[in-house]
Design a protein around this ligand. Structure first.
Ligand code: BGC
Length: 519
């Protein structure tokens, strides 16, 4: 039985699960295990990418990155951030930051100490799912403003707390706030940006085209908070800035990338190559940080792998036809890919995935989005005898008992393949950005031999072996190779979005007269 055959059954899954399913309790014969194993391996093989595939993907990735420099209509949009310099670690000051991620918001007060270190106070709050699909963006931004108010009141309960010498915020003054916003925005200055589209499950009517910086400012002003939103950045830009701030001097920080609920990257591009950008002010700088929005790479699937599971994810998403790369890579989708693969096995005739188990109709196995990618991390990490820990996790998630070891192995094989493909595609994207930025040719320039990439996000932080697979795949790419890969330092930029927003606020405060605005 091939995975393709199994996949056909996926289409009929709805009919088959109208009532709870009683699986035979005949137990597992060797023959049945072989069949289950074959099915699972077949599905895993659908996610496999060869070294040649990676090379083809990277060539196309570079072409689409390059396209984005000249036009706004490219799949990879290459959005200007209007940040023209990266920090060098000597920046100082205390700034407020709001980081609106895909799952949480963080409200922070960041003190940059000027020696590549910082201290940070923060509140982290889960964004209620109802707000992600509210019927007006005002509702969301008023909720954010309230969180800022609560934070500021907690941190600075009264003016006695003011302590300028210790570099704390002075509640008598207005606070400068950097805003990290993790969706695609078209900026025409560093302090404004119109939403191009939502991602990661957000879908709020009437928000596209609006200036999210102004929306936040209005909500803060409505609460009479003395706060000015002075900078708007994408989370990847924040990650890059934070990484540059804390990097040693022999390192050139070229990119910041996020692999979490969503995925994206910002990198340092030569200003004169961004031909679509027409600036009102004279150009004093040579570089500008671009927010690639690489999640939308290969929107029309010229080269990206495309399984029936990928197609099902896209069809069931709030943004079908968009973010095809993100839907194959990021944490929001990997768990769902695995769930669909499991359902596919379950629905394969003659295969009994859960012998002896009764599958409740209400099992999470039938519930879209119920399998969190963290479960895949557990499966990958498990070294317990007979994978007993994985079995417990799977039983807990699915409500199906008992799940036997053979089934756990089958699920783990598919999970591994999905995670590996995600890391390989991530390597392709990072490799393409490195090639595009031309940083490998700049060996030794300014004494900076090492190429720094700051990364953030639960997937790259917590998924076992993710960075190792990225590095292995980078070595396979001809334009990077072993020599290139050995010069690349991938570091987790902890608190990247919050610290990056504070750094952006600092850069604006200290270079206000040089700020660029687009025509
Ligand atoms: C958004 C990007 C963001 C990325 C990581 C994507 O869905 O479009 O703007 O940087 O997620 O959070």
């Amino acid at each position: 039985m091939t995975a393709l055959k199994a996949s056909k059954v996926l289409a009929n899954k709805q009919d088959k699960h109208d009532s709870s399913v009683e699986h035979s309790d005949e137990g597992f014969t060797i023959e049945k295990f072989d069949l289950l194993n074959e099915i699972a391996q077949g599905i895993a093989a659908e996610f496999a990418l060869s070294d040649d595939d990676l090379q083809i993907l990277m060539t196309e990735f570079v072409a689409q990155l390059d396209d984005g420099l000249g036009t706004n209509d490219s799949a990879i949009e290459q959005l200007p951030s209007f940040i023209t310099q990266v920090p060098n670690g000597t920046e100082t000051g205390t700034y407020l930051a709001v980081d609106m991620g895909g799952t949480n918001i963080r409200v922070c007060a960041v003190t940059l100490k000027g020696d590549a270190t910082y201290s940070l106070e923060q509140d982290k709050i889960l964004i209620p799912s109802a707000l992600m699909t509210a019927n007006s963006p005002v509702v969301l931004f008023e909720w954010v403003a309230q969180a800022v108010k609560t934070f500021v009141e907690r941190l600075y309960p009264d003016s006695e707390e003011s302590d300028k010498d210790n570099n704390k915020l002075d509640p008598q003054r207005s606070f400068d706030l950097g805003f990290t916003f993790s969706h695609a925005t078209q900026q025409d200055s560093v302090a404004s940006g119109r939403l191009i589209r939502w991602s990661k499950g957000f879908n709020i009517d009437g928000a596209v085209g609006q200036d999210v910086c102004a929306l936040l400012q209005q909500a803060l002003t409505k609460l009479t908070l003395p706060i000015r939103v002075v900078a708007l950045i994408n989370d990847t830009v924040g990650t890059l800035l934070a990484q540059a701030y804390s990097s040693p001097h022999h390192m050139f920080t070229v990119a910041g990338a996020v692999f979490g609920t969503g995925t994206n990257c910002a990198y340092v591009e030569t200003l004169s190559r961004i031909t679509k950008l027409h600036l009102k002010t004279a150009q004093h700088h040579i570089n500008m940080v671009l927010n690639t929005e690489w999640g939308n790479f290969d929107q029309y699937l010229k080269v990206l792998p495309d399984t029936i599971y990928d197609r099902a994810i896209d069809a069931g998403s709030v943004n079908p036809g968009f973010e095809m790369f993100e839907k194959r890579v990021s944490g929001m989708y990997l768990g769902e890919l695995l769930r669909l693969a499991i359902v596919s096995v379950l629905d394969t005739p003659d295969v009994c995935l859960f012998p002896g188990a009764r599958i409740p109709q209400t099992s999470s196995i039938f519930c879209q989005g119920s399998l969190d990618t963290s479960l895949m991390s557990h499966l990958e990490r498990d070294v317990s005898a007979d994978l007993v820990l994985s079995r417990e996790k799977l039983e807990h998630w699915s409500g199906i008992r008992p799940i036997n070891t053979e089934a756990v192995h089958a699920i783990r094989a598919m999970s591994h393949a999905i995670g590996k493909r995600s890391a390989q595609l991530s390597a392709v994207a990072l490799g393409a950005v490195i090639v595009q930025s031309q940083c490998l040719n700049k060996q030794g320039e300014d004494g900076k031999d090492w190429i720094g990439i700051g990364v953030d996000g639960t997937l790259i932080e917590l998924y076992p072996g993710f960075i190792t697979e990225i590095r292995r795949s980078l070595r396979c790419l001809v334009d990077i190779g072993e020599a290139g890969e050995s010069r690349i330092v991938i570091s987790i930029a902890k608190d990247g979005s919050g610290v990056g927003a504070a750094l952006a606020a600092h850069l604006i405060a200290s270079a206000r007269e040089e700020m660029y605005i687009a025509h």
